[in-house]
Design a protein around this ligand. Structure first.
Ligand SMILES: Cc1cc2nc3c(=O)[nH]c(=O)nc-3n(C[C@H](O)[C@H](O)[C@H](O)COP(=O)(O)OP(=O)(O)OC[C@H]3O[C@@H](n4cnc5c(N)ncnc54)[C@H](O)[C@@H]3O)c2cc1C
Length: 558
């Protein structure tokens, strides 16, 4: 953005008469028109960087939400230049005594309207305002777009710039409409946690893990219809449907939860209350990891905080599903989820458990075949899910009994070549509980295509069944997929360091090169910052030894 600032200064000053205007010079100087021209030329740039149907993003391989930051800065610089332009004119008119006359002229009125609209857009987009009154922020952006017509009418020569900005905006609307589809969803108001699950069983393909969609629910009123809300897809493509996890953060998400709670009483279960047949408009998918291919990394670490689980879950589900095709290089997938209370995690435990079961079954199958002498090129990644509960009084009762006897997360490999792992994840585990899996999808009726399997709202794709005998303890000792829960906060830097050490050690033991460590974080800012810092602090030799460390931050805001 510094480069853009420099370009702006050069554009406003190069070959301009910047001398102070005086009466002797008939108030000329300070090339006021230049600022107006530069501001007008920046308008299409700001629009191009801000719209959802984003051509710039298409070219550079990034989602619209990733380049919003550029839109913000270009927009701010444009408003600043417009303000300088307006104030210089007001100053000149006051000095030469033509303020009233010029202010009421065509150019004066259109200029004032456009300037005020820009200022309103700027102030309402400041983070403290946007976070509190997102609706007003959106409203003044629409007003700002409409006021572009005033810029076009302000002076001769502005219209082509304004027309191109409006064309870009119009194109974005067309792209958004083309990406919108009408479908029916079922909602689940998850019990004991302020989250609503939205399941769209009719949309089964067409997205990449990490992407998000925007949703409109007409039943929530006209305003909801006009205003779409973004949510990250929590399920893998080509499985039983698209799933969203929506935390009740404000008016709209609370209304969505209230709607889910109006579900039939017979559809109440230990997981939550179901509401069937809700019409929704889904727009997208958008965003995602862009040119990064998480599946090509040897080790994957996914940090999630609260509803940030949707990103991690979508990614883990996709990797586990694709591991059966041999398309992925991942050997380990660590999903580290931090929640405040056990209640937040409880309704999602069956789903996470089903995912771990799936990964374990695949590991077992490969291990058994290898032990019989089969030459396998397909790899079975270990999915290690660790849940941290920050506010827990008594013993944790989250994890089903069958998971509590598995090996500790990040167990060292037999003969380490480099120094062994530091054990950042090996911490006090939860107590054994008798929880059985509760199928989120178990009470779903009359849904086509077929409803999710009883064990989880994620149903696997139609790939071969993985059921294997588990009566071979020696062979199955190598299975590392696990589900654990601990009190407290995770040591983010410890986990990243351990996974990196483990990848280095594995190279020495298996004589196969690591293809890198992929770390992603989605959740509150401190968690995202910690994960970034943990990657940054890794010694250069370790990064090199594992084939590079990539970091991806996913924000639930712009
Ligand atoms: C790319 C992306 C992915 C997201 N994925 C998830 C997810 O998987 N699960 C989840 O629980 N939340 C997710 N969110 C956040 C979710 O979109 C907001 O919490 C929701 O829109 C809040 O709406 P509200 O009216 O209930 O709350 P409000 O009180 O209006 O807002 C609460 C917060 O959400 C922001 N917000 C409100 N409306 C929007 C909007 N239309 N677009 C962007 N931000 C908005 C506000 O600025 C404020 O910070 C995601 C956000 C983004 C940008």
């Amino acid at each position: 953005m510094a480069a853009f600032g420099v370009i702006s200064i050069i554009a406003c000053s190069y070959k301009s008469d910047l001398s102070i205007p005086t009466k002797a010079k008939n108030w000329t100087g300070w090339d006021i028109n230049r600022t107006g021209l530069v501001c007008t030329a920046f308008i299409p740039v700001a629009v191009a960087l801000g719209v959802r149907g984003n051509l710039v993003g298409l070219v550079i391989g990034k989602g619209y939400e990733r380049i919003k930051v550029m839109h913000k800065w270009v927009g701010r610089v444009t408003v600043l230049i417009a303000t300088v332009h307006s104030l210089l004119y007001v100053h000149k008119w006051v000095l030469d005594g033509t303020f009233i006359k010029n202010s009421s002229s065509h150019a004066g009125i259109t200029g004032y309207v456009a300037w005020i609209a820009m200022l309103l857009m700027f102030f309402t987009s400041l983070p403290w305002f946007r976070k509190r009154w997102h609706g007003l922020f959106k409203f003044f952006h629409v007003v700002g777009i409409l006021s572009l017509v005033m810029v076009g009418l302000h002076v001769v020569g502005a219209m082509p710039w304004v027309a191109s900005a409006i064309a870009l905006y119009g194109l974005s609307i067309v792209i958004s409409l083309a990406k919108t589809r009408y479908t029916t969803a079922y909602l689940v108001a998850l019990k004991d946690c302020q989250m609503t699950l939205v399941s769209l069983p009719h949309i089964t393909t067409g997205w990449r893990a990490g992407q998000h969609v925007r949703i409109r629910v007409p039943a929530l009123g006209v305003r909801s219809f006009l205003h779409s809300h973004p949510f990250t897809i929590a399920s893998a493509p080509d499985t039983a449907g698209l799933v969203l996890l929506c935390a009740a953060a404000g008016d709209w998400t609370k209304a969505l939860r209230a709607l889910a709670q109006t579900g039939d009483s017979e559809d109440k279960s230990d997981v939550g209350t179901y509401k069937h047949g809700v019409s929704v408009l889904i727009e997208g998918p958008y965003g995602g990891p862009g040119n990064t291919l998480p599946a090509s990394f040897t080790s994957i670490v996914l940090f999630a905080g609260g509803s940030g689980l949707s990103y991690a879950m979508g990614m883990a589900h996709d990797l586990v599903e694709r591991s059966r095709t041999g398309e992925i290089a991942a050997r380990t997938i660590d999903l580290v989820w931090t929640v405040r209370a056990e209640g937040t995690a409880r309704p999602l435990i069956p789903t996470l458990a089903a995912l771990v079961d799936d990964a374990q079954a695949w590991e077992e199958k490969i291990l058994r075949e290898v032990s019989r002498g089969a030459q396998h090129t397909v790899r079975a990644p270990a999915l290690r899910v660790h849940i941290y509960v920050t506010r827990a009084d008594g013993e944790l009762t989250l994890v089903p009994r069958r998971f509590t006897d598995t090996a500790p997360l990040i167990s060292p490999l037999p003969s380490p070549v480099f120094p062994p792992a530091r054990g950042g994840l090996a911490s006090s585990s939860s107590s054994v509980s008798d929880l059985t899996l509760i199928g989120i999808g178990s009470s779903i009726k009359n849904l086509t295509p077929k409803p999710p399997a009883p064990s989880s709202y994620f149903a696997s794709s139609s790939r071969p069944s993985l059921s294997v005998a588990t009566d071979d303890p020696d062979t199955l000792a190598g299975v590392k997929s696990s589900l654990k829960a601990s009190k407290g906060r995770p040591s983010v830097s410890g986990i990243v360091a351990d996974v990196t050490d483990e990848a280095i050690t594995r190279q020495g033991v298996e004589l196969s090169a690591s293809t890198g460590v992929f770390v992603a974080a989605c959740g509150p800012a401190p968690l995202v910052d910690d994960a970034r810092e943990a990657c940054r602090r890794l010694p250069a030799w370790k990064r090199q030894a594992v084939g590079g460390v990539d970091y991806e931050a996913e924000f639930f805001g712009f």
